[in-house]
Design a protein around this ligand. Sequence first.
Ligand code: URA
Length: 209
Amino acid sequence: MQGVTVVDHPLIQHKLTLMRDKNTSTKQFRELLNEIGMLICYEITRELPVETVEIETPLTKMKAPAISGKKLVFAPILRAGTGFLDGMLNLVPSARVAFIGLYRDHETLESVEYYFKAPEDIAERLVIVMDPMLATGNSSIAAVDKLKSRGVTNLRLMCLLAAPEGLKKFNEHHPDVHVWTAAIDSHLNDHGYIVPGLGDAGDRMFGTK
Ligand code: URA
């Protein structure tokens, strides 16, 4: 499928299987989401630009690569997107964080914004939007709409599971934003849940059901 990379590393696939299992505990589910967050982030950042800097090892001077440009922004969509955050910050501790509060209206399945807090100069940075479940695509589309309205042009979307319907819709709205996911599942059910999926990611992270 166009505009999407499925990160099918065996470690990620194994951890995802554990997350799908309904008997996996809340604690384990959170830990696994963080671990997968770190692993997918490793792939998303693979092509970050580097520059050569001069340093001194204990033996000699040398020119060595370092990531160039402004610090990244991680933009989790509340609440499930925060499940990726600690793992990603472990990997890139200097990243800035923008929180995007959206909830899904259970009747219309549309996204409603209730919170937005981002670095002032976000437009000058690469922003990775995080939403574990790309289901209808409405939340991710709304989050990217919001970021673009703030002038952001360099965007990537990171999820855990995607439904083909959501991917298609997201790609139609934002063909310039590449998506990384651990798997593309079969379909969405009538309630907007990904099948086979893993249930409600937020509820499973926080034990709210
Ligand atoms: N959000 C979830 O948490 N799970 C789904 O299956 C779809 C949307």
